[in-house]
Design a protein around this ligand. Structure first.
Ligand code: ADP
Ligand code: MG
Length: 261
């Protein structure tokens, strides 16, 4: 199957205030298959958010090629870029809801702005999503009246309206308690199964989020390691990966897999 997103030898550096150059991505290559879940892990400042922004062309690479559905996104015009961006749904830290709009209008917004659907058609689609995400009955509430978990669900509902082929989640559970975090991940898994988009999740909630992963990308010092599944990470010979496993995945995760080895 053709990848939905591909990075080919992508490099990205920033010039710091002191004039020094920081290479955030150093000739990085990976692919994302349709319908699969990729988890991007790595310490703070290692380029996880930059990687997501490159996929949306919110940033441009210094070198290398990024394709979405086979199209080189850095060599297309603004009209085509707008089309490419409609393939993405985005849920970044904080749900980025409009405080002055009730839940219903927040969710309906992309349909009103980007489609020619009638209000009746919009109502049908929005209600269906709200039901799936267990938000029915909260349509008239404003974001400030919702719990953190509900706000994320509304953000997800809105991101799903234009039927994304790929969903990007950047630390989507920041600010949620552990119970809510579990619930949100279960909901992500259910929703993905229902809708079938590819998802890319950047998260600190390791190993929780690893349960969802078909592929794990670990960013470190500008280089990446790609693992076909979370289990594989534990058996890596690389020092920095072993360190990553020890500090983030811990004993509990390993104990599930060490039996019989
Ligand atoms: N627009 C920018 N201009 C300059 N530096 C940036 C910019 N975006 C990110 N960086 C730097 O790139 C590095 C990686 O950032 P980021 O991808 O946000 O890290 P994280 O892995 O925590 O998401 C950080 O050191 C950050 O300061
Ligand atoms: Mg980040």
């Amino acid at each position: 199957m053709n990848p939905i997103v591909e990075f080919k030898n992508v490099s990205k550096a920033f010039v710091g205030r002191n004039g020094g150059v920081q290479k955030v991505l150093d000739s990085v290559s990976f692919t994302i298959a349709p319908g699969c879940t990729t988890v991007i892990a790595g310490g703070s400042g290692q380029g996880k958010s930059v990687t997501l922004k490159l996929m949306l062309r919110l940033l441009q690479p210094d070198e290398g090629v990024i394709t979405v559905d086979g199209q080189d996104i850095n060599s297309i015009g603004s009209k085509k870029l707008a089309d490419v961006r409609t393939k993405f749904g985005v849920l970044f830290q904080g749900a980025a809801l409009f405080d002055s709009m009730p839940v219903y209008d927040n969710v309906a917004l992309p349909l009103r702005e980007r489609t020619k659907m009638t209000e009746q058609e919009i109502r049908a689609q929005v209600s269906e999503t709200l039901e799936k995400l267990e938000l029915l009955g909260h349509e008239e509430k404003f974001p400030a009246q919702l719990s953190g978990g509900m706000q994320k669900r509304v953000g997800l509902a809105r991101a799903l309206q234009l039927k994304p082929e790929i969903m990007l989640f950047d630390e989507p559970t920041t600010g949620l308690d552990p119970v809510m975090t579990d619930e949100i991940y279960r909901l992500f898994a259910r929703t993905q199964k229902n809708i079938g988009y590819a998802s890319v999740i950047v998260s600190h909630d390791i190993p929780k989020v690893f349960n969802l992963a078909d592929q794990v990308i670990v960013l470190d010092g500008g280089k990446i390691d790609v693992f076909a599944n979370p289990e594989e990470i534990q058996w890596s010979e690389k020092k920095h990966i072993q360190e990553f496993v020890r500090t983030t995945m811990g004993e509990i995760y390993q104990s599930c897999n060490t039996e019989g080895r």
